[in-house]
Design a protein around this ligand. Sequence first.
Ligand SMILES: *[C@@H]1O[C@H](CO)[C@@H](O)[C@H](O)[C@H]1NC(C)=O
Ligand SMILES: *[C@@H]1O[C@H](CO)[C@@H](O)[C@H](O)[C@H]1NC(C)=O
Ligand SMILES: *[C@@H]1O[C@H](CO)[C@@H](O)[C@H](O)[C@H]1NC(C)=O
Length: 409
Amino acid sequence: MEPVVLFVHPDLGIGGAERLVVDAALALKSRGCRVTIWTAHYDPNHCFSETKDSGIPIQCCGDWLPRSLMGRCQALCAYLRMIFLTLYIVFLSGEQFDVVFCDQVSACIPFFKWTRNPKKVLFYCHFPDQLLTQRISLLKKIYRKPIDWLEEKTTGMADCILVNSHFTADVFKQTFASLSQVEPYVLYPSLNVSKFECDLSEDLNSILPLSRKHIFLSINRFERKKNLSLALEALCRLRDKLDLLEWDKVHMILAGGYDERVAENVEHYQELKDLASQFKISDHVTFLRSFSDEQKLNLLHNCICVVYTPSNEHFGIVPIEAMYMQCPVIAANSGGPLESVVSNVTGYLCEPSPKDFSNAMERFVKNPNLKITMGKSGHKRVMETFSFEAFSDQIYRHICKLTVSPLLS
Ligand SMILES: *[C@@H]1O[C@H](CO)[C@@H](O)[C@H](O)[C@H]1NC(C)=O
Ligand SMILES: *[C@@H]1O[C@H](CO)[C@@H](O)[C@H](O)[C@H]1NC(C)=O
Ligand SMILES: *[C@@H]1O[C@H](CO)[C@@H](O)[C@H](O)[C@H]1NC(C)=O
């Protein structure tokens, strides 16, 4: 009998965490497991298409509970919503299952463990929740204290803990000091490469001057923590290293998720534009505030390398997408890219300084072959380490380990 796996997730929208949950469900389904996804919020107009057409049942419950109390206490509300959902599943839904896969909110774990037939729980930690919020006021500190404590205690009750990178595993151990006996396993997110089969004939002449052959691409939301100014500073330094003719061929595209309702996106976009004009490189920089998946692939296909600026990124899917598209990556030498990019093979890992980034960028301008050789190595690396097959094998193995009876193992 293949295991029956229940997924429990707070909000099944469109984000990195949801991508992982949906991929994990599809992976287990493809191995014969019966899977169901339970969530507190699901909107068929704002979700990944696989939640509609893959035959995986989606069950929604408890969406009437508030998400915040007058804009505050979001964590507390998220906990209550998840606990309500869990109680419903355990006592009212009639669901029979072997393993629960949960992520983001660990507060539901004890309720699966305390039932008459305790269930095995697998918890996927994208990043410790308590590190994702700021504690400026004393009140906030007091409010978060019990929540942080609860996060640590309930996380420790899971039977198996997975994280998205060795970087996150280290952060996990530092953050949850009382869980030192727990060894989280790394399960890297994967890419659905069938989405990458698309028309790549679109050229960039409609948005760029004709002479620009050497295109550097950054893909990141317009947020300050992504350190996009580093890309502009590096481009400015690169100008000083090149002669006029070479510089005329160089261009940078800053493409990024942008939402007009998010103040930081709006402000930071303007700050970056101002910075570009302050450096007098505005006519070598194009900002793209929204783009389709197909456009993204065309951008990756046409650039000579991706410049990935954030430090301490938890995992970072962009370098994986770039390498799959045979595009080398220059990334800061911390966080997830340390595990995805192989320096000097699939790109360069650099100190997050304009000097180091521009040195690496110069290599691509001076030696166009580099894009081809490094691009091929990057593609190979993605196929070996980040493929959906590799991802499926691993998650299935973890589920089987949890369901095999202790007498047999
Ligand atoms: C990958 O994408 C294809 C096409 O969009 C879809 O049919 C398939 O279900 C996806 N698979 C996974 C594992 O996401
Ligand atoms: C961001 O980039 C600047 C250089 O532009 C660098 O000095 C700084 O350390 C970077 N920030 C982080 C968090 O790495
Ligand atoms: C980088 O790779 C090139 C070509 O394979 C090699 O000649 C060079 O020694 C390498 N540099 C470092 C620092 O590993």
